[in-house]
Design a protein around this ligand. Structure first.
Ligand SMILES: Cc1ncc(COP(=O)(O)O)c(C=O)c1O
Length: 494
């Protein structure tokens, strides 16, 4: 009997005759039809049997030999390799695989696996989606970006080798000027490290500054994606209450193993407070006495309404304690994945090394595009335009809240940023999930505030229901309609 069952149909399938013959031989090896040591047909005989050219069969044999499945020697017939245990293990069912022992993870891996990291919001956006972090795609400066991108693309390069881990020199220089003008920061370009968004900046801080068992101060409520990074390091969370002015510096703790504090002084996330100068100075003094780092996440410092944006905390740090983080996620797009750190001199070399180990460097072309937009003034013009746009959206939101929602509704965080917090004193925090689900049922996406509070060791005072409403991706009309529908949902739930 022939060694091969002739397959029906035309020998040249969609993936080519060679691929089909390769698959056929592999499956015969797996089934034991071609056991270890088995003699293969000569390429000529197999080609004749399958009705393909001899070259096709020879190429398949060479591929199988290169992968170690066949042993060939010139003038000898090819044989199935014996020693490699070509017999493949029987395919396990899904439940058998699940029962098999779990892969071993590092301590960090186990902690990450155990974190309740929130999934992305539903893929299908709600009709009126107050999704915090989303921007209107029509706000992206497409033309300016396209022009600068083409220029960068056409610029001749010696070769396509890796770029410097710390970032493109042109962007670091441009950022140095921008940070001085816009955020009051006086730094050298050498202190700037370009990263993949604030998230990578925070992750690098957690890896480089915290050990398991250390402690870190964190605003409560606070930015969950940062908290999880620090928790993944195995460090202990020391939550400090944030009020309408930001972190309450009277409550900063003592702890032997305290290493750092993460804060959002320009616009506390999520409550929206702007940290007053007295608290800023107190925070710096506290960090100095405890030899702790301060991580300043200035995620949306550009968006302050009515007044000039307040200078960064880093600008009054005389002791080299503050690690400043900025991002392009709020003014341009979170999909760019570009942000930067301004580092105290002492931390520059190790952060550059860690960045290089993590992913070599941020995308070079995009960095050059950003540098040219900043240098040519287009970026700052865009930020000013976005500030005006978002001020209009914010005004429409506040007007709609005043018009449609019950009078005892309270709003926090309106002075800056791209979101507000809506407090509903007539509902309890436990009512948030039902309210969020009911609103989504009517086409309105709103997001609960409770997950942003640190788990309380004991039952604290009852909190009212709170919602985070991002408004940067909506038109003023959508904002009005969304709030009027939300008002109907709330009144049904009372
Ligand atoms: C407090 C805070 N920091 C940073 C960011 C931005 O992160 P990234 O730069 O990684 O996009 C956000 C975005 O939602 C945020 O809320």
């Amino acid at each position: 009997m022939s060694q091969f069952r002739k397959t029906s149909g035309h020998p040249t399938g969609p993936t080519g005759a060679g691929r089909r013959i390769y698959d056929l031989l592999r499956s015969q090896m797996a089934d034991g039809i071609l056991g270890p040591g088995a003699r293969m047909m000569s390429s000529r005989a197999l080609a004749a049997e399958l009705g393909v050219s001899r070259t096709t069969v020879t190429a398949v044999y060479e591929q199988l030999a290169a992968e170690g499945f066949l042993t060939t020697a010139s003038g000898r017939v090819a044989r199935v390799t014996g020693a490699l245990g070509v017999q493949e293990a029987p395919v396990k069912t899904r439940s058998e695989r699940a029962k098999a022992s779990a892969p071993t993870l590092s301590a960090w891996g186990r902690r990450v696996a155990g974190l309740g990291i929130p999934t992305l919001p539903q893929a299908e956006p709600a009709r009126y989606d107050f999704l915090y972090g989303a921007l209107a795609s029509s706000d992206f400066p497409r033309l300016a970006w396209k022009r600068a991108y083409q220029e960068a693309l056409l610029r001749p390069q010696h070769s396509l080798y890796y770029a410097p881990p710390e970032g493109d020199p042109s962007l670091r220089r441009a950022l140095q000027g921008y940070l001085r003008r816009a955020r009051g920061i006086a730094c050298d370009a050498e202190q700037i490290l370009v990263v993949h968004g604030s998230q990578q900046a925070i992750d690098l801080c957690a890896r480089l500054l915290l050990d398991a068992g250390d402690a870190f101060v964190f605003e409560n409520p606070g930015y969950l994606m940062a908290r999880h990074c620090f928790e993944a390091s195995g460090a202990r969370l020391l939550p400090v209450t944030a009020d309408q002015h930001g972190i309450d510096t009277c409550r900063l703790p003592e702890d032997e193993r305290l290493r750092l504090a993460y804060v959002t002084p320009s616009h506390q996330f999520p409550l929206g407070g702007v940290l007053p100068i007295s608290r800023r100075l107190e925070l710096l003094r506290w960090a100095q006495h405890r030899n702790a780092w301060i991580i300043e996440d200035d995620y949306d410092g550009e968006f302050r309404y009515g007044q000039r944006p307040i200078d960064a905390l880093q600008s009054i740090d005389t002791d080299g304690r503050v690690i400043y983080i900025g991002t392009f996620s709020k003014a341009l797009s979170p999909q760019l994945r570009l942000g930067y750190l301004v580092l105290p001199q002492a931390l520059v070399p190790v952060f550059q090394r860690a960045k290089r180990l993590a992913d070599r460097h941020a995308p070079a072309l995009e960095q050059q595009v950003l540098a040219s937009l900043i240098d040519g003034g287009a970026y700052e013009r865009h930020v000013r335009r976005m500030r005006r746009e978002n001020e209009r959206r914010r005004a429409a939101l506040l007007e709609a809240i005043g018009r449609y929602l019950p009078p005892d509704t309270r709003v926090d965080g309106t002075a800056a940023g791209l979101h507000i917090v809506l407090w509903l004193p007539f509902l309890a925090a436990q009512d948030e999930p039902a309210l969020v689900a009911a609103a989504r049922g009517k086409g309105v996406g709103v997001y609960p505030i409770s997950p942003l509070f640190a788990p309380a060791p004991q039952e604290g005072p009852a909190r009212p229901a709170g919602l985070i409403l991002g408004y940067a991706s909506l038109t003023t009309e959508q904002i009005r309609q969304g709030i009027s529908v939300l008002a109907a949902v709330i009144s049904e739930s009372l």
